[in-house]
Design a protein around this ligand. Sequence first.
Ligand code: PLP
Length: 264
Amino acid sequence: MVNGTVQTLTIAGTDSGGGAGVMADIKTMQERHVFSAAVVVAVTAQNTLGVADFMAMPKKMIDEQFKSVAEDLKIRAAKTGMLADVPTVEAVVENLKKYDLGPLTVDPVMIAKGGARLLSEDAIQTVKTELLPLATILTPNLPEAEELTGMQIKSEDDMKTAAQKLQDMGVKNVLVKGGHNISEGKSSDFVLLEDGNSFWVTSPRVDTNRTHGTGDTLSSCITAELAKGKSVEDAIRIGKRYVSATIADGIQVGHGHGPLNHWA
Ligand code: PLP
């Protein structure tokens, strides 16, 4: 039985407030009925009001965590989240090349909704050249897609162009998250698949400030579904539905930008 349990891995930063990062990842994987291990690459001090501070893990600790997980568990899919800085991105890339962890979802976390930078500016280039070519799916929001492509995204056509540019950088499948910014009254994301097919996934707009950890939750749900053997298209559609449900029926935690309802 134990060996048949579907196992996933999140490679990301923690959130002391419990709403985002590794905490959101594990809650999501649990709700999607897969087991999740975690390689913690950074620790943040934060709550729903914002990020007070963070510290990246030394390379040796990152290496040891990967080794411990890989020696014992059978990881079927993995994701990356907050990667902090150049040495951390480089350490993660080195380990991703060393171990077979299945399809990789890269959530290119850069700036928290509260404004805190979770990836140093110089590390964006390292992510582009070293991490993106390893990604099965990349899930940028609009600001992240703009940083990675160098273009301004103001329309649905721009989102399509950005997705193509990102695929040209070596990513197999791209999900550009438009959120509420481009399409009136709904949240629209554009998907460009490896085979060239593309489609939009949409959900109704929900007026709430309880959206902390949305990106982590979406990318974790996608990872969980890939681990179960779902196609990229199905994993993305399930992920979008799951995130919409966690936003629609919020919970009351903290005084600021609250976390999602993973029981929804
Ligand atoms: N903290 C960590 C560790 C994260 O990984 C993320 C998002 O990926 C955030 C904070 C930001 O969460 P949000 O922008 O949804 O508030």
